[in-house]
Design a protein around this ligand. Structure first.
Ligand SMILES: CCCCC/C=C/C(=O)SCCNC(=O)CCNC(=O)[C@H](O)C(C)(C)COP(=O)(O)OP(=O)(O)OC[C@H]1O[C@@H](n2cnc3c(N)ncnc32)[C@H](O)[C@@H]1OP(=O)(O)O
Ligand SMILES: Cc1cc2nc3c(=O)[nH]c(=O)nc-3n(C[C@H](O)[C@H](O)[C@H](O)COP(=O)(O)OP(=O)(O)OC[C@H]3O[C@@H](n4cnc5c(N)ncnc54)[C@H](O)[C@@H]3O)c2cc1C
Length: 680
């Protein structure tokens, strides 16, 4: 079956000409209507077409070109991203893109770490989440109109993960009704906040509140950093860029120090905790409510893991269709490298994962909006579940996506190492997601603690009902159950797949809980006992998160089936879901074998079924990546161009290399000529 209608995307940057014949053939042979899958991914035809209009507008706009990025210095890249910010603002006005969603779509299409990312992603959400109605009325219109530009300044030189260890102090001065912000030590210097170095005029600063020598914990404060007239730092503020990084060149991550800077009392964001004029402090309804913006961002990051991985897989799959190496037998045509089983085994599980994470993103978005609804009604009961689930999923999805991009790069051979493949910068700009918004390992501890706690409660109180995703912790009988998938066919049963993931997660939780007790019986207190099981806690968090991802993928397919989605689409999604489920069992086989849940009776059919799934996906691989519907601009890759003119594009882009501006190398006269022409 061919696609039901053609995507309406311009091929920008790629060298024009007849498309690659292999790609054309593969596209014509897809087993499902590609366009329908695109609609499914982006939430319907109307929404897809809207996104395409925005993507096309960006892709065809010279200001948003990406091809120069490899040849610019750090400073030039920062300036270029400011040019993009200005143009972004112009386009909002010109095309009436005033809704938050339109603006988010536009930023996503621009596809760059703009120095307003923190302004829209954390500064405004913190005012919305933590500010009183009056504070919102005062700052939101200014922020939304970009009359002020803000960031989120929490991390310090000395502490990031351990928020309670932050050293910046906000001391309340009752006599003037002001807070005095101070950085008492070098390690109190704010360090890392995006757009802090050179761009922001304001920021939300997290500082320890002190009232009459009493420590009241870390709270958010609105602080102006720079003059709105000339952008000079205000008195008492030392601010700048933290210098070169692994990548992220367009972003001015910054440092910031305060020397007894005074701000009015109403600059503490007081939706949940308040300081009255006389210094009376009212505690927030939940001690971690001021961490809510981080939870919001973690949910957002989970949502972007799918699209980031999907880009890498699109590049690698298209290239692997175009690239040919070796005939199988002499005299035969060379094989597309995607025909090789090893290439499929590297790429197709990642393709399946990109789809799996799409449904995880939908799930966490829904969970987050339910949580916000509750919070508005002063109901914080979902916060622990929201925090723990998002912490675990953020870790798992960013780890897998980061490693997946690198796998895609390596699977493109030598050309994958060229920056023109788009993969090195995709990787370098993405990997900090494993660190920012909570180091992944530290986040795993949060989920593991939560699971251990619930497991302990369920053990202590049989019959206790736990929330949906963790309800398996109630059923310790599950530990006695074994896998019965003794044929390839049985491995395709979602109930059996989920049983395996639940069993592994429960086993690891139970094992951790037992080890905790054993450590305490050896004489350790609880704190030290936890230290002794920390590596296992990371495994626990990952195992649970895998289960959540798979459970959502399975549920999503069931819902699609119930809502009448066509059989070809359901079939291909089911194949991807199966591959996701079985691949990650195979990848962690030791976990499943260790306690005898699986034996070689089950592993042989498991491996065989995975091979069958790879074969099943092969004819649809190009269509499945096409369904993500990325423009060439979004991919920014000579290897991933939609028309498959990989070699032409690579060759043309290489001509832009500044070294090629002259035929004779710079430095020739000083350094090469003397020895070439020296007398023997
Ligand atoms: C486009 C992308 C741009 C990205 C730009 C990046 C921005 C940033 O990176 S901003 C800075 C982000 N920083 C972090 O994420 C820091 C990570 N650290 C933390 O979140 C926390 O400090 C912690 C979770 C590691 C621990 O918090 P701590 O204050 O030390 O609390 P305790 O360990 O004592 O835990 C007490 C209790 O509270 C629970 N809890 C912790 N955080 C939350 C939360 N956000 N929501 C709800 N509950 C939370 C924690 O689980 C404990 O619970 P119990 O075990 O039940 O006591
Ligand atoms: C690109 C980028 C952008 C950022 N943007 C911002 C921003 O806009 N605003 C902002 O405020 N911050 C920002 N940050 C900072 C970021 O949030 C922190 O770096 C992050 O939270 C990790 O904290 P850390 O650096 O203190 O790591 P550390 O906690 O020092 O981690 C170092 C190592 O120690 C381990 N470790 C830490 N604690 C424990 C423990 N209790 N038990 C066992 N192991 C432990 C970790 O797993 C890790 O391996 C950004 C960082 C980056 C890289």
């Amino acid at each position: 079956m061919s696609s039901s209608s053609k995507p309406n995307l311009p091929v920008t940057n790629a060298v024009n000409g007849p498309p690659n014949a292999d790609l054309v053939r593969e596209r014509g042979a897809a087993s499902f209507p590609v366009r329908d899958l695109t609609y499914l991914v982006y939430g319907g035809q109307e929404r897809t077409e809207h996104l395409e209009r925005i993507a096309n507008m960006v892709a065809s706009d010279p200001v948003f070109r990406k091809t120069d990025r490899f040849f610019l210095s750090r400073t030039e890249q920062y300036r270029r991203s400011l040019e993009k910010v200005r143009h972004y603002k112009e386009l909002i006005a010109k095309h009436n893109l005033h809704s938050e969603l339109d603006q988010q779509d536009l930023r996503q299409a621009i596809d760059e770490d703009l120095p307003i990312g923190l302004h829209v992603g954390m500064f405004i959400p913190t005012i919305v989440g933590q500010g009183t109605d009056e504070q919102q009325k005062k700052w939101l219109p200014l922020a939304r109109a970009y009359k002020i530009i803000g960031t989120y300044a929490q991390t310090e030189l000395g502490h990031g993960s351990f928020i309670r260890g932050l050293e910046t102090v906000a001391t309340y001065d009752k006599s003037t009704q002001e807070f005095v912000l101070n950085s008492p030590t070098l390690t109190a210097t704010k360090w890392w906040p995006g757009a802090l170095g050179k761009t922001s005029t304001h920021c939300v600063v997290f500082a320890r509140l002190v009232i009459s020598d009493r420590e009241c914990g870390v709270h958010p404060f609105m602080v102006q950093l720079r003059s709105l007239e000339n952008h000079e730092p205000l008195k008492g503020i030392t601010v700048g860029d933290i210098g070169p990084k692994f990548a992220y060149e367009t972003m001015d991550n910054g440092f910031l120090r305060f020397d007894h800077v005074r701000i009015p009392r109403d600059h503490m964001l007081m939706r949940f905790a308040q300081v009255a004029a006389d210094g009376t402090y009212s505690t927030p309804p939940h001690s971690k409510v001021s961490y809510a913006t981080m939870v919001f961002m973690r949910a957002y990051i989970i949502g972007t893991a799918s699209s980031t991985l999907a880009k890498a897989v699109t590049i690698a799959v298209r290239y692997s269709c175009v690239r040919k190496q070796f005939p199988l037998r002499s005299g035969e045509p060379e094989q597309q490298i995607l025909n090789y089983q090893n290439q499929q085994a590297a790429l197709f599980p990642l393709l399946a994962t990109a789809y799996a994470f799409h449904f995880t993103g939908n799930y966490i978005r829904q969970m987050y909006s339910d949580f916000v609804r509750g919070m508005r009604a002063q109901d914080f009961s979902v916060l622990p579940e929201m925090h723990a689930t998002s912490a675990g999923l953020k870790s798992l999805t960013t780890w897998i996506a980061s490693a997946g991009i690198e796998t895609c790069r390596a699977s493109c051979g030598g050309h994958g190492y060229s920056k023109l493949s788009g993969l090195p910068s995709l990787y370098a700009n993405y990997i900090p997601a494993c660190t920012y918004e909570g180091d992944n390992t530290v986040m795993c501890f949060q989920l593991a603690r939560y699971l251990l706690k619930l497991y302990g409660k369920a053990q202590a109180k049989p019959g206790l009902r736990l929330p949906g995703n963790v309800s398996y912790l109630e059923k310790s009988t599950l530990l006695d159950e074994r896998c019965d998938a003794s044929t390839e066919e049985l491995w395709l049963d979602p109930a059996r797949q989920l049983h395996a993931y639940r069993n592994r997660a429960l086993r690891l939780v139970a094992n951790c809980a037992n080890r905790l007790v054993a450590e305490m019986q050896k004489g350790k207190d609880e704190v030290l006992a936890v230290e002794a099981i920390k590596s296992d806690m990371v495994k626990v968090a990952k195992a649970h998160s895998y289960y959540v991802v798979l459970n959502n993928f399975v549920n999503a397919i069931e819902q699609l089936r119930a809502s009448g989605t066509s059989t070809p689409i359901l079939r291909v999604l089911k194949t991807l879901c199966d591959l996701f489920a079985l691949h990650f069992i195979q990848a962690d086989l030791g976990d499943f074998l260790e306690y005898g849940y699986l034996s070689s009776l089950h592993t042989e059919p498991l491996h065989a079924q995975i091979r069958r799934l790879l074969e099943a996906i092969r004819p649809d691989a190009v269509a499945l990546v096409d369904a993500f519907n990325f423009t060439d601009h979004a991919l920014g890759s000579a290897l991933g161009v939609h028309n498959g003119r990989v070699y032409e594009t690579l060759f043309e882009w290489a001509q832009q290399e500044p070294l090629n501006k002259t035929q004779v190398a710079p430095g020739y006269h000083e350094y090469i000529k003397p020895f070439l022409l020296a007398k023997m």
